[in-house]
Design a protein around this ligand. Structure first.
Ligand SMILES: [Zn+2]
Length: 533
């Protein structure tokens, strides 16, 4: 362009050239200097500068002196790819808080929704709504097997007919065409729990043929966890697609230690060529609804009205209560009603954060197992609550975290700051791994942790243009101080942001700096491998 102007205007050449040079935009929009680059691949960190142009990483070199519209001095802090969270419930909150501060402040730049078998149907209008809501992080979806089954068969305990299976396969296909990265299941939940393995495989085949993966909240994470890992592997193997155990954990004291066996199953599957992987959040408590966690699945068939009817029949109620007491003792209850915490009760927010034992006492009852079970059923009758369940061991958590096929996923949501008592994983998952498990306990290395949060999840769902710091890739970047990064959210005070993150860049734009979110909302909807456009 410049040469043409100079050539065309002979005598004016010198003056025009000078003016043109002055008007030239700087070579780069942003240069990050003095970086300790952890590139996402797991390779050891190295020193360098990173230059961005638009939404792209334009150059990485030991030193970049070219002019830039903006320079960030990383002061020797870590510069890594932005984190990719493969398991979020971000549709809880993303429209109220489109900046998703709780995630972005941790360095998370991509949220993936639709886990546990639950997604909006159809996906297309939902994704259009996300795209129209200027959000800060990128956003992607799985399509949910439970939602599909619910739409075709309802919340009933029976096998699908061949016609229904065809219909469900059609909905998986549509989900993939609409932009999903794969099929999720929640075989623990209603109606996923009513699904025979063979039926899931038929649906998984459709997702697999279209380049998707299978990701599962397994049927049982307690006494039956080994059988459930076998099932997850079988679905990947027979469905012909990568398969992932999501938020892998071992629930209930009597089952602690079984992660040694579940990981062996994953290793054996991988050794024979099954692409089986894991994700995990770094907490010893889980979170789901009180009814799903503490009531037997058979008692939940048919929806809320059926559940309430069952609870009114004395004999059935006694039967359910007995099973709920057992679950409190051996599974999600962690062996003590005080290990069950209420996270959010929409019918009485004064209960948010309280323990089941204390709520039982508050009803004028002695804190026996039987009375705690009765209180749990009473809670369901009042309208149900989201709960937090302290029933996971630190040993299992660390064993799973160290496994090379484990990546990090929060299982969190986008909370409205200060509202209810959510699981702290929404605010702390990624920085807790980097603070507690990398720096303080040295469970895994910094490079391995970053790999589990960036390149690995990107590769898992086929995001070839993100997750690694490399020239030509999309500029999703986190800059943080490895000496101070930490989670501050606790089970008692969950509404507390991450510390130690200096900058977060999404698609080349600075979304977080100096402790505050910027006005930029650069997030994009990311579409899966078979999206029809
Ligand atoms: Zn789940």
């Amino acid at each position: 362009m410049r040469a043409r102007i100079v050539g065309a205007c002979g005598v004016l050449a010198a003056g025009v050239l000078a003016a043109t040079l002055r008007a030239q935009p700087p070579a780069f929009d942003l240069v990050i200097r003095n970086a300790r680059i952890v590139d996402g691949t797991g390779s050891p960190w190295y020193r360098g500068d990173i230059a961005l142009r638009g939404d792209t990483i334009a150059r990485i070199a030991p030193k970049i002196d070219a002019a830039a519209a903006r320079v960030i001095d990383a002061r020797g802090h870590v510069v890594s790819p932005g984190f990719i969270d493969l398991h979020t419930h971000a549709r809880r909150g993303i429209f109220e808080v489109p900046t998703a501060d709780n995630y972005v402040r941790q360095g998370v730049t991509t949220l993936i929704e639709g886990p546990d078998g639950s997604s909006p149907l159809p996906l297309k209008p939902f994704l259009e709504r996300v795209a129209a809501t200027r959000i800060t992080p990128n956003f992607a979806m799985f399509v949910g097997q439970g939602s599909i089954r619910d739409q075709v068969i309802g919340s009933v305990n029976r096998k699908a007919t061949p016609e229904e299976i065809e219909k469900m396969r059609g909905l998986v296909r549509q989900g993939m065409l609409d932009g999903a990265f794969g099929l999720s299941s929640g075989l623990f939940y209603v109606p996923g729990t009513f699904t025979p393995t063979a039926e899931v495989i038929e649906l998984a085949k459709v997702a697999g043929a279209m380049g998707g993966i299978y990701i599962s909240h397994m049927r049982d994470e307690a006494a039956g966890v080994l059988e459930s890992v076998r099932e997850t592997i079988e679905i990947g193997e027979k469905g012909g697609l990568p398969t992932q155990v999501t938020h892998h954990k071992i629930i209930g004291k009597t089952n602690w230690g079984k992660s040694a066996d579940t990981l062996r199953l994953i290793d054996e599957a991988r050794a024979r060529g099954v692409d089986a992987t894991i994700d995990q959040y770094p907490y010893t408590a889980s979170s789901t609804s009180i009814q799903a966690a503490l009531m037997p699945a058979w008692a939940l068939e048919g929806g809320r009205q059926e559940v309430l009817k069952r609870l009114k029949e004395a004999a059935r109620r006694a039967e359910i209560k007995k099973e709920t007491a057992r679950i409190i003792m051996e599974e999600r209850g962690g062996g003590d009603p005080q290990n069950v915490q209420l996270a959010r009760c929409d019918w009485d927010h004064s209960l948010d954060g309280k323990r089941l034992g204390d709520v039982t006492k508050g009803r004028g009852l002695a804190v026996t197992l039987d009375n705690a079970a009765d209180t749990a059923l009473w809670i369901v009758e009042q309208g149900g609550c989201q709960g937090i369940f302290h029933a996971i061991s630190e040993d299992d958590l660390q064993r799973i975290l160290k496994h090379p096929a484990t990546m990090i996923g929060s299982d969190g949501e986008v909370p409205i700051f200060g509202t209810a008592n959510p699981h702290p994983r929404s605010y702390g998952t990624f920085v807790r791994v980097l603070g507690r498990y990398v720096r303080d306990m040295k469970t895994i290395s910094l490079e391995d942790a970053v790999r589990k949060m960036s390149a690995f999840p990107a590769q898992r769902i086929g995001l070839a243009d993100r997750g690694v710091l490399r020239e030509g890739l999309q500029a999703d970047i986190a800059i943080f101080d490895p000496a101070t990064i930490r989670d501050t959210a606790t089970f008692e005070k969950p509404h507390s942001y991450a510390e130690g993150v200096d900058y977060v860049i999404v698609n080349g734009q600075v979304a977080f700096e100096g402790g505050t979110m910027t006005a930029a909302r650069p997030g994009r909807v990311l579409y899966g491998p078979s999206t029809a456009r």
